[in-house]
Design a protein around this ligand. Structure first.
Ligand code: FMN
Ligand code: SF4
Length: 606
């Protein structure tokens, strides 16, 4: 067979084109691998060899990068590569039944490409569409609100080899479901107003305005934004003035989808906030790190960036200010929750495996390529732009003393109106439940799998950094639900997403998952629940990064706040019981040795 010379079909020609446009820069490795995966539904060996030679990286190294990211594969996936979102709220909407139905209809085993290479059906961590699940990705494109009828249609479309572009367009409809707007969602498009203020009033004045607003990071940790920008501005690491602005749009926390909606509806103001930050700290390079699941947003985001370049809001001499040069590139993630952690994200931006760095030094002094780097969440940049345009007083007019402004929540689960709610900080959980139409609530999981499980007696607590902090996830569980399903889903999630670098998280997480499975199977005793607590506390105190320190939260909350879940499932209350039936496991040996007398049994009742 003669190899095609069409770069679209020929891996070597395609890889050469990628290398040429990346200028053989190894920081672009992940982006090139992502493009190869989309083009050939795997990374061909020929491309690995070519990348290795051109980038002076060993093939083993390139393989280790491929192996790190869930969306990259060395062996071909099906021509239709289907991934079911595996969030607990997708499960609650029936995703597991739909998955097995689709596997049956297509005659395919989960995770294994069909023999004819046509299709693969598998799962992936939360796709950020929990308000309109069950959701799937097909070759990177998102389908929402699946039901039995759609599954039937999808199976037919695949059997008929119908190209994705010819599938019914309403399959791909994604809703923003904005239910409640406040300061940010009802703010006008800034159109350069924030950047102009930075030019007119000076960087120091604008930094003071952000400081006065009390803005704190919206990505989880709540660090003061002005302080972070100040540290970066003042960093003169190795005498460099080359600073970097990064927008963290990895949004992998299960149940969080507000950044998706912001990037769809407010991208211009988000980029305005990044440009403002660049003006204040003196950065020339900017990145939007977009999670692989949101690939569909990339073309429209590129269009917004192009428009901003046309208007002189990006590029050289921004708004005519000599020497104010700044531009933004979009980098894609490839299915790794840990890459939301800022130092992993920077590693990933450099084209590497997303393993968290040792800190200090922090990114503000040693970030992307060791340059001083600000990493902020999408919502933080949006808020900064609006504050620059409308003033710190305007922002402080809502919220609490320690938590000024509003918070965007992504609400899903058992409620009538799932979607995006922008609430003033200080709003109580009960008020939020009333607003989204939730009743008979057993628990709310705030801040995702890494967050807190809140029982009804705490529903008067409020969303605020000083009380219940959250990056945005708000999942509602009514009294019909078995909360252990949620705990089990999260325990499996953390094992899947642990980068494996440190022992407490890698091993502790796996042990924890096994114990949760044992409890779910009704085989756990007190010994096991004590072990859960010991392991959880050890993970919290000794893990290298925030993933490991927060992973046991849901198990510890279950033990402390929902003891009835554990009591109902405990097999016995005293000693240790193995997770499997040892006597049953010995049956094969007894059969082989033809011994079935009572002394060949462990159990005395046999
Ligand atoms: C495991 C893990 C995942 C994270 N994922 C995200 C994320 O998806 N988006 C985000 O903005 N921050 C995420 N963070 C927090 C970031 O490390 C960082 O604190 C944040 O981007 C800073 O922005 P902010 O100050 O605007 O909140 C994550 C942290 C950890 C430990
Ligand atoms: S805590 Fe987990 S995710 Fe973080 S470095 Fe250790 S193994 Fe990796």
């Amino acid at each position: 067979m003669v190899a095609s010379t069409d770069p679209e079909l020929n891996p070597q020609a395609f890889t050469s084109a990628l290398l040429a446009s990346a200028g053989n820069d190894s920081c672009e490795l992940l982006q090139m691998l992502h493009a190869l995966q989309l083009q050939f539904n795997h990374i061909p060996q020929a491309s690995i060899s070519q990348l290795s030679e051109a980038l002076s990286l060993s093939e083993t190294y390139i393989r280790s990068v491929i192996g790190f990211y869930t969306f990259l594969h060395e062996t071909p996936r099906g021509e239709y590569d289907i991934l079911f979102s595996d969030s607990i709220t997708d499960h609650m909407l029936g995703s597991r039944l739909l998955l097995s139905d689709l596997c049956d209809k297509l005659g395919v085993e989960r995770g294994v490409p069909r023999k004819d290479g046509r299709v693969t059906v598998d799962t992936t961590s939360c796709t950020g569409l929990c308000d309109q699940g069950p959701a799937i990705l097909v070759n990177g494109r998102v389908l929402t609100r699946l039901d039995a009828h759609k599954i039937q249609n999808i199976a037919l479309l695949i059997e008929n080899c119908t190209p994705l572009d010819e599938w019914p367009s309403d399959f791909f409809r994604i809703e923003n479901n904005i239910r409640q707007s406040n300061l940010l969602l009802s703010h006008n498009q800034c159109n350069g107003e924030a950047v102009q203020k930075c030019i007119d009033n000076g960087a120091d004045k604008l930094l003071e305005e952000i400081d006065d607003s009390g803005l704190r990071g919206r990505g989880g940790a709540g660090f003061k934004t002005a302080l972070k920008w100040k540290f970066c501005k003042e960093a003169h690491n190795g005498g460099t003035n080359d600073r970097v602005v990064v927008c963290n749009a990895d949004e992998g926390e299960p149940g969080t989808f507000k950044d998706r909606v912001l990037l769809d509806s407010q991208a211009d103001n988000v980029f305005e906030g990044m440009t403002l930050c660049a003006g204040i700290i003196g950065a020339r390079q900017g990145f939007l790190y977009l999670r692989g699941e949101y690939l569909y947003l990339k073309p429209q985001l590129e269009a917004v960036l192009a428009k901003r370049r046309d208007k002189g809001l990006l590029g050289k001499n921004i708004l005519g200010k000599h020497g104010f040069d700044f531009d933004i590139e979009i980098h894609m993630g490839a299915g790794a929750y840990i890459c939301g952690e800022e130092s992993s994200l920077i590693e990933s931006l450099e084209g590497k495996r997303g393993v968290p760095r040792k800190r200090p030094p922090f990114p503000v002094t040693h970030g992307y390529l060791q340059k001083p780097t600000v990493v902020n969440n999408v919502e933080t940049y949006l808020a900064a732009a609006c504050i620059a345009a409308s003033g710190s007083e305007w922002f402080r007019s809502v919220g609490t003393e320690e938590s000024s402004g509003t918070k965007l929540l992504s609400i899903c689960g058992d409620c009538e109106h799932p979607g995006i709610y922008e609430v003033p900080f200080g709003t109580s959980i009960q008020q939020i439940l009333d607003a989204c139409g939730a009743s008979d609530v057993q628990a709310v999981q705030v801040a995702g799998a890494a967050g807190m499980t809140i029982p009804p007696e705490e529903f008067e607590r409020s969303i605020a950094f000083e009380d219940v902090p959250t990056a945005g996830s708000f999942m509602v569980f009514n009294n019909e639900r078995n909360l252990l399903d949620m705990v089990q889903n999260f325990a499996h999630f953390f094992v899947h997403e642990s980068c494996g670098f440190c022992t407490p998280c890698r091993v502790g997480g796996a042990l924890m998952k096994d114990l949760v499975d044992k409890l779910t199977d009704g085989k756990a005793g007190r010994y096991d629940t004590d072990e859960m607590r010991n392991i959880g506390l050890l993970m919290k105190s000794t893990s290298h990064c925030g993933l490991g320190t927060t992973a046991p939260n849901c198990v510890l909350d279950m033990l402390d706040k929902f003891p009835y879940i554990v009591e109902e499932k405990l097999a016995h209350h005293a000693s240790y019981e193995p997770a499997f039936d040892l006597d049953e496991a010995l049956q094969e040996a007894r059969d082989i040795s033809h011994r079935n007398d009572s002394r060949a049994h462990i159990r005395t009742d046999t």
